[in-house]
Design a protein around this ligand. Structure first.
Ligand SMILES: Cc1cc2nc3c(=O)[nH]c(=O)nc-3n(C[C@H](O)[C@H](O)[C@H](O)COP(=O)(O)OP(=O)(O)OC[C@H]3O[C@@H](n4cnc5c(N)ncnc54)[C@H](O)[C@@H]3O)c2cc1C
Length: 468
């Protein structure tokens, strides 16, 4: 690593439209904490560059490379892995680049690389529009979309990356490119699922869909003894669900929320949520069927604004909390897999740890495997994530083991060890390769070799450049 002269740092700073915060500066700790969601991440960037433009990003890439510093990229900073922060490296923080514009006639959104879902959702909903995002609104649009992106609209409209129509991207050699179906199509394919491997995305364009402003929410909760029957009933309902009903399953503690009867607040158990984005009759039919098959301990039904739905879980994963996670893909939620879940769920130590199951199908399943670089099969029906979320290190360490034990016991019922790259706290190479499969991985590695042969962007679910 070369020593970086103060004069070089001063010259770099002077050329930026954005600002620089360095370790030792009075605001460094506050800025670092603001950038990194997972409070368990110890990495301390040497320099945080708050970029305001694609030119700032290009200058920062060049400066980090010339200085021999590791480079990392922060979109929203909302990841379990903490890969956005390279220890002693240069962190590109896209936070200031969060402008959103909506073209309601074309049903398109354009947003900066540092936008959060709350910002995009709010702007699109002003026109009764939305694009699929995640379940927590303070997540970054960038990291979530580049790795795939699944949430309430996935059955209705596919993954976030399925809805990207173009990106502006700064490559490792500092070029500012547009990638779309008709422009740099290889890069366009790779960024839709291949993560942050190919450059820094400074803006996204999305296809929008008609949505809201109100949707129908039904939430059912069972205690620890009722989970097996509840999940079997929910699973049996899935094949008959229309695309515009989304389903979300979870093992969790009931929140201390007004809709939870006092005697059940904070108690561990299982939840199934059914959200109707279309016909109220179809939603009622699905809800009645589930209630009959597995009567819950309590339930809550209400119309809710779409933006409220998107923010409903925000407090379950507050900024600065400590986290660890591991996930599996499941073709089916078999009785055996449910048995593993109900055996392990009572053993979690932190009341905040939870196990969400994302139900796919619908438009997700209709997309062809090769349309995007997404690291998962379109025949997968469930993504099961085991998440340790804890206010103390002691609870986190206890639940890290809980996650690993449950994950190991679920693998025999899963589609192998590969899983959604956005749900990897540790980027294990064999699991990344398994997620993409050999053909997609080879295609990604060839594109990586063309755009980032030196693997400058490796603080991510890394694709190694193909040998030339
Ligand atoms: C509590 C919680 C809940 C979640 N829920 C969901 C969910 O419902 N659905 C879902 O699909 N995912 C979910 N995720 C996973 C989430 O998609 C990933 O953590 C994602 O990486 C977050 O993106 P970010 O921009 O906020 O994070 P960051 O940490 O900023 O980015 C993660 C990585 O993405 C890359 N990256 C980020 N921005 C850019 C950019 N502009 N250009 C190039 N590379 C970039 C970098 O490699 C970076 O290391 C959740 C995560 C958490 C912590």
């Amino acid at each position: 690593m070369t020593d970086v002269l103060d004069a070089d740092i001063a010259a770099f700073r002077a050329g930026l439209a954005g600002s620089v915060v360095m370790a030792g500066d009075s605001d460094y700790e506050a800025v670092r904490a603001e950038c990194i969601w997972n409070g368990n991440i110890q990495s301390r960037p040497w320099m945080i560059v708050r970029c305001s433009s694609a030119e700032d990003v290009a200058a920062t890439i060049a400066f980090a490379r010339a200085s021999g510093k590791e480079l990392s990229v922060r979109g929203g900073g909302h990841g379990f892995s903490g890969a956005c922060a390279a220890d002693q490296g240069v962190m590109i923080d896209l936070g200031p680049m969060a402008e959103v514009t909506i073209d309601p006639a074309a049903m398109r959104a354009r947003c900066g690389g540092g936008t959060r879902w709350a910002q995009l959702d709010a702007a699109a909903q002003e026109h009764g529009l939305a694009t699929p995002g995640g379940f927590i609104s303070h997540t970054g649009v960038a990291g979530l979309t580049l790795g795939g992106g699944m949430g309430w609209l996935t059955r209705k409209a596919g993954l976030s990356c399925d809805n990207v129509t173009a990106v502006e991207i700064v490559t490792a050699d500092g070029r500012i490119l547009r990638a779309a179906a008709d422009e740099n199509p290889d890069l366009f394919w790779a960024v839709r699922g291949g993560g942050g491997n190919f450059g820094v995305v400074t803006s996204f364009e999305f296809q929008l869909h008609r949505e809201g402003p109100m949707v129908e929410l039904a939430l059912f909760f069972w205690d620890l003894d009722g989970g097996g029957a509840a999940f079997r009933a929910a699973r049996d309902l899935v094949p008959s669900l229309p695309d515009d009903i989304s389903m979300f399953l979870a093992g969790l503690n009931a929140p201390p929320a007004p809709f939870v009867p006092e005697e059940h607040q904070l108690k561990p158990g299982y939840a199934v949520l059914l959200v109707g984005h279309g016909s109220a009759e179809e939603h009622t039919r699905a809800v009645d069927q589930l209630r009959r098959a597995a009567p819950p301990l309590f339930e809550f039904m209400t119309p809710i604004p779409f933006v409220g739905l998107q923010q409903m879980f925000d407090e379950s994963a507050p900024w600065g909390i400590q986290g660890y996670e591991k996930a599996v893909y499941l073709d089916e939620l078999t009785d055996d897999a449910i048995d593993v879940i109900v055996r392990h769920m009572p053993a979690k130590a932190s009341p905040m740890s939870f196990m969400p199951i994302f139900v796919l199908g619908g438009e997700y399943a209709r997309r062809a495997e090769g349309d995007t670089a997404f690291g998962g099969s379109r025949s997968t029906m469930y993504v099961l994530n085991i998440a340790a979320v804890a206010p103390t290190l002691e609870l986190l360490e206890a639940d890290r083991e809980w996650v690993q034990r449950m994950w190991s016991d679920l693998v025999p019922y899963a589609e192998g060890i590969g899983s959604y790259v956005n749900f990897m706290a540790d980027y294990e190479e064999d699991r990344i390769r398994a997620a993409y499969g050999p053909d997609k991985y080879a295609r990604l590695a060839a594109i990586k070799a063309a755009y980032d042969p030196d693997n400058v962007f490796h603080h991510n679910a890394n694709i190694r450049p193909a040998a030339s």
